[in-house]
Write a protein that binds this ligand. Structure first.
Ligand SMILES: [Zn+2]
Length: 244
């Protein structure tokens, strides 16, 4: 974690959040998240790094999955620890993971159903009011790169909901260094978000220190091209961009 902060500090990033995958109900996808016993260590390390690197405002967040039954576990976590913001995202629908490469093997109507399931899980997550930020909004394009229209349509509907709930959209740059070759969301959904007044924050989805802040200049160019400026007033008091 210290190497991530060092990288942010070297890049001149003034505010940075850790948003590790939240501990989950026992048995859910343990390979991709910390154990409950590890959360106090996570918190303590963020406190230690805050003192060591006062030039970087460090925020303690989590990324939560919307798997069936996630809600009590997340409520418990938020009650027990001072988590400052929650990124909500979907990585799986009915056992189908978004980062699979076999999307073309699904029949067309099943592809559409999975896309609808993906966005329904996100929408239901927003209805709980536990979520401050939607993570990698259209990451399902990894699985179904040919379904651009269905993803745009369902994504736009979710953005409508987000504009009403004040939820922040993450502009996630990890797609630029991976298969889709563009941000999550892509430029068209980003434009729609800005049009609807949805505030946008930056995320590099760093899974290694050298990925902190990756391609942020690309993201900033996209945002400034849409007339966005930077302010600190998003949900959870995050640094956000918007055109208003
Ligand atoms: Zn994620």
């Amino acid at each position: 974690m210290e190497e991530y902060v060092q990288r942010a500090s070297a890049l001149g990033i003034q505010e940075m959040g850790f948003s590790d995958h939240a501990p989950a109900a026992r048995g859910y996808d343990p390979a991709h998240r910390m154990e409950w016993e590890e959360f106090p260590l996570y918190q303590a390390e963020i406190h230690r790094l805050r003192d060591l690197y006062p030039g970087v405002s460090l925020r303690m967040g989590v990324e939560t999955d919307f798997y069936p039954g996630y809600e009590p576990a997340l409520r418990y976590l938020l009650k027990k620890y001072p988590v400052e913001y929650v990124i909500g995202s979907v990585h799986e629908m009915r056992g189908v993971f978004v980062f699979q490469n076999n999307g073309s093997e699904f029949p067309g109507n099943e592809r559409i159903r999975l896309i609808q399931d993906y966005f329904t899980l996100l929408r239901k997550g927003l209805e709980t009011d536990l979520v401050d930020v939607v993570g990698h909004l259209d990451v399902i394009k990894w699985l179904f790169p040919e379904e651009t229209y269905a993803i745009f349509e369902a994504g736009s509907q979710l953005l409508q909901v987000m504009s009403q709930t004040g939820t922040v959209l993450e502009l996630n740059t990890s797609g630029l260094r991976k298969k889709p070759g563009e941000t999550y969301p892509g430029p068209l959904l980003l434009q729609e978000a800005v049009r609807l007044g949805v505030p946008v924050c930056l995320g590099s989805d760093a899974h290694a220190p050298e990925e902190v802040g990756a391609d942020f200049q690309h993201a900033l160019n996209l945002l400034s091209g849409l007339g966005c400026t930077h302010k600190k007033n998003g949900k959870a008091d995050l640094m956000v961009f918007s055109a208003e």
